[in-house]
Design a protein around this ligand. Structure first.
Ligand SMILES: Nc1ncnc2c1ncn2[C@@H]1O[C@H](COP(=O)(O)OP(=O)(O)OP(=O)(O)O)[C@@H](O)[C@H]1O
Ligand SMILES: [Mg+2]
Length: 389
């Protein structure tokens, strides 16, 4: 067990301690919501992308959630649009980490290098773009953090400081220190600033990686969006990091409180969304109402989608349901209706060659309303929809 001398100790009766206890209760909690997995995983994908937009926006990508939704609907390719490529790169890095990291598994230099390569892949170099001169390799030059006077590691010491950081992250600790280590590692990595560019995006992924390592059920059960903690308000994020830069117990513990309170808030928010009652009344039904009003869907399509959302026990549609929904009893017109909804990407089969369908959130104009609603209901920071910040 690692010596915990270099971890500041929260007081027993402190707010930080209370948050740690709350979060510990949530650590192993599996998906308890009533939203079926084929809907849950689509939502997870949306959140992951919104997270990527958020992490990029901190560093200057100007894509708003609305613009992103339009690009998805109209099929803009990341091959021709660099700001889309930044977002896709982060998505790919998240997927990579989710595949590679199991609870209890070490977070290594090579894992982080691979993630860095994915983040900066095919991006132009600064000042024009957000790429890196040496993807995956530590920097060979001094670097400053814009807007901060913290002294980053001398470049010759970066490998040694990173090794120390990996030791710090991967050591065994008593449970009550795990969450503190996640928060402290984030700050430590920002101070090392190991790469020539992309450190901000990478450090937020490190936090995600550590949550996976610590068994927070992000993969299977919970759509966790740790970046939302930081990108909600960049000024507060930077201010709290500056407090930690003083390296005092108070500064470090304040930083930990900021990170862990944000994490608890995110988990609570997402758990709401996994409740079918909440999801339907607050998000999906308004999405359908607005889509009908804006003529993205016809009355008939609206009835079908309302059935899947509200009436169907497992949020699915079978051809036979069209009798109850629209009074259609013949198989030919039923197939025609279903094929048209599939073509418009309003529904999708839940298994290959299957004849059971569920809602589809991507590739149709309802996606515009969905992303707007997520912003309005506070699931996505409003700053992600402001043109400048
Ligand atoms: N006072 C501070 N102390 C430590 N780290 C800080 C401080 N202020 C900001 N940071 C961190 O530094 C990052 C910004 O630094 P910088 O712009 O050099 O990053 P970068 O390498 O360009 O990363 P990216 O390309 O992803 O933006 C922030 O995202 C944050 O993580
Ligand atoms: Mg940068």
């Amino acid at each position: 067990m690692r010596d915990i001398q270099d971890i500041p100790q929260p007081a027993f009766d402190s707010e930080l301690n209370t948050v740690i206890v709350e979060l510990e209760k949530l650590r192993e909690k599996r998906l308890s919501g009533t939203v079926p997995p084929y809907v849950f995983f689509q939502l997870k994908e949306i959140f992951q992308t919104l997270e990527s937009i958020g992490s990029n926006r901190i560093e200057g990508n100007r894509t708003t959630v609305t613009e992103y939704a339009e690009k998805v609907i109209t099929g803009v390719s990341p091959d021709t649009d660099e700001s889309m490529r930044e977002i896709v790169n982060l998505d790919n890095a998240i997927d990579f980490l989710e595949k590679k990291i199991e609870p209890g598994k070490a977070i290594t230099r090579s894992l982080l290098s691979e993630a860095h390569k994915l983040i900066v892949k095919d991006l132009s170099l600064p000042p024009d773009g957000e790429g890196s001169k040496n993807p995956g390799a530590y920097r060979q030059e001094p670097v400053c953090i814009t807007g901060s006077d913290v002294e980053t590691s001398q470049y010759g010491l970066v490998p040694a400081h990173c090794d120390e950081l990996f030791d710090f992250i991967n050591a065994e600790y008593a449970t009550q220190y795990h969450l503190l280590v996640i928060a402290l590692a984030h700050h430590r990595m920002t101070v090392i600033h190991p790469f020539d560019n992309g450190n901000g995006r990478l450090v937020r992924l490190l936090t995600y990686a550590q949550l996976l390592q610590q068994g927070f059920s992000v993969k299977s059960g919970r759509i966790l969006n740790p970046t939302a903690i930081f990108c909600d308000n960049r000024d507060i994020y930077y201010e709290k990091l500056s407090e930690a830069d003083a390296w005092t117990n108070t500064g470090l513990l304040n930083w930990c409180l900021y990170v862990l309170k944000g994490l608890a808030r995110e988990i609570e928010k997402i758990d709401n969304l996994l409740d079918r009652g909440y999801l339907c009344t607050q998000i999906l039904v308004p999405m359908l109402d607005r889509s009908k009003k804006n003529k993205y869907i016809t009355e008939e399509e609206y009835q079908i989608l309302r059935f899947i959302t509200n009436q169907s026990k497992d949020m699915t549609l079978r051809a036979g349901d069209l009798e109850q929904i629209l009074g259609v009893t013949q198989s030919v017109p039923r197939s025609r209706i279903i094929n048209r909804a599939l073509e418009k990407k309003l529904i999708q089969p839940i298994e290959e060659n299957g004849r059971i369908y569920t809602l589809s959130f991507f590739g149709n104009y309802m996606f515009r309303e969905l992303t707007q609603l997520l912003v309005e209901k506070g699931f996505v920071p409003k700053s992600l929809n402001a043109k400048s910040d």
